[in-house]
Write a protein of this length. Structure first.
Length: 197
């Protein structure tokens, strides 16, 4: 199904127990992320992009393919050269999906921790390079927070509504628009520490 623009709706997957356990690996997370951002690529190109070796890249791509997180790009590749693409644009899960599986729960804990580490590294790179950007971009980038008292069901509704807004903006985005840059947006909600409640 297509939205009002020319872009198709994002392909999404709700992770199952096996996918979570396979994805909980630093190189696999980076490979999947690179394929989502950069598009289809060979193991050699991905190894160069991620500063790793082709053998390890090929192995981990096959592991991701076994659980359906990446697929071969049928329109590319000749002979022994295999092109890979992300099977989905969006990966979803709820932490409670894995309450009955300690290994999957540990994998989700690692994945979420890796996301936080990635955010911190991303922010540090921004702080180091922000003066290279125009004032308009320096004002547009950044982060903030807000405090509120809200029940779990309303927080879920708030997150769903915010995701709809983010998806609408992504679907309306035109990478060829003058001044357009690739950006990454994060959405997070955590309980206020007990000492402040």
């Amino acid at each position: 199904m297509e939205n009002e623009g020319s872009r198709p709706e994002p392909r999404a997957v709700r992770l199952d127990h096996r996918q979570v356990r396979v994805l909980a690996h630093p190189l696999r997370m980076r490979l999947l992320g690179a394929l989502r951002v950069k598009g289809p690529a060979t193991a050699t190109a991905l190894a160069e992009l991620l500063s790793t070796n082709t053998g390890a890249t090929s192995y981990h791509l096959r592991q991701l393919a076994e659980v359906g997180l990446v697929v071969e790009d049928p329109d590319r590749g000749t002979g022994r050269q295999r092109w890979w693409q992300a099977a989905h644009d969006v990966t979803n899960w709820e932490p409670s999906d894995f309450d009955d599986d300690p290994d999957a729960r540990a994998a989700i804990d690692w994945i979420q921790g890796d996301q936080v580490r990635h955010l911190a590294e991303h922010a540090e790179r921004w702080f180091a390079a922000q003066n290279e950007w125009s004032p308009a971009w320096r004002d547009a980038f950044g982060m903030g927070d807000i405090f509120m008292a809200i029940p779990a069901a309303r927080l879920e509704a708030l997150k769903a509504e915010l995701w709809q807004v983010l998806e609408r903006y992504r679907n309306e985005a035109d990478p060829a628009e003058p001044g357009a840059e690739q950006v990454q947006l994060w959405l997070a909600a955590y309980p206020l520490p007990k000492e402040f409640r």
